[in-house]
Design a protein around this ligand. Structure first.
Ligand code: DGL
Length: 280
């Protein structure tokens, strides 16, 4: 166990490569407003979606260690790419050496659990970063629970940059929104449910819904992750006791504070203060 890690109760850590995890954080805070949170965005090194397994793992582990040092006992990887490429290694190989009583949870499993009740045709689509699609994490997790479901995926490498650069609602975004949706539905015309497998994508929801043919259900992850966390804390009172309650949220970024405040305003309806930190 690292001596620098405090055993006192602390906030729940929420990590993303950039701003996307704010869509998860806001749903979590709606469902669990009484807890304290630290949000950490690795904005200086985003996007993760096009990076190799090794790099995503290295960056994610740095972020998890930082959140532990800041007092968190429980960290949510509010990033599909990190959940797909780093979560299992951290849980199996790193946590036992860092502190076996701390926990890191991802966003893929909670999203996948709901899908069996939503699809009628048993054909679903995943829109996600290249890294998440390549990892095959969604088909693997879905088939563990629902072996009868056919899963098709389409990487959307332009969508995260559109969000990170505040271009989500610009006319230029339309071309890339339509393109990836069409590519996905060309792969399997029987798809009736599409998972937005990247936490940035809810910011593109108005345009995604516009280009998605009628009758296809679009699933954003926030509410499923929030309900799953609530259930986790109910089932794990020993962890619940280690999470402080004050309703506060601290925001940290690896980029400049003013840039974070400006861009995060698209995701949040509140005034925030931000602290710049270094992960390297
Ligand atoms: N928001 C992240 C996700 O859910 C990834 C964005 C990125 O850094 O590429 O996958």
């Amino acid at each position: 166990m690292k001596p620098s890690i405090s055993q006192k109760p602390g906030p729940i850590g929420v990590f993303d490569s950039g701003y996307g995890g704010l869509t998860i954080l806001s749903k979590i805070r709606e469902v669990l407003p009484e807890y304290d949170y630290i949000y950490l965005g690795d904005n200086a090194r985003t996007p993760y979606g096009t990076r190799s397994f090794d790099i995503v793992y290295e960056f994610t582990l740095q972020a998890v260690n930082k959140l532990f040092e800041m007092g968190c006992h429980l960290v949510i990887l509010a990033c599909n790419t990190a959940s797909a490429k780093a979560l299992r290694s951290i849980q199996i190989n790193d946590l036992p050496g860092i502190d076996p009583n701390r926990r890191v949870l991802g966003v893929i499993r909670p999203t996948v659990e709901c899908i069996g009740d939503i699809t009628q045709s048993r054909h679903i689509g995943i829109l996600a970063t290249a890294g998440t699609i390549k990892s095959e994490s969604y088909p693997l997790e879905i088939h563990k629970l629902y072996p009868d479901i056919t899963v098709s995926g389409e990487a959307c490498p332009m969508w995260v940059p559109l969000v990170e650069n505040n271009e989500a609602n610009s006319p230029g975004a339309d071309y890339f929104i339509q393109k990836y949706i069409d590519n996905l539905l060309d792969k399997d015309p029987q798809i009736d449910t599409v998972i937005l497998g990247c936490t940035h994508y809810p910011l593109l929801l108005p345009k995604i819904k516009h280009y998605m043919p009628q009758g296809i259900q679009v699933v954003a992850q926030g509410e499923y992750v929030a309900e799953s966390l609530k259930d986790y804390l109910r089932r794990h009172p020993e962890m619940d006791e280690k999470c402080t309650r004050g309703g506060n949220c601290t925001f940290c970024t690896t980029e400049a504070e003013d840039k974070f405040i400006e861009s995060a305003s698209a995701f949040l309806n509140e005034e925030i203060t931000v602290q710049r930190i270094s992960l390297e």
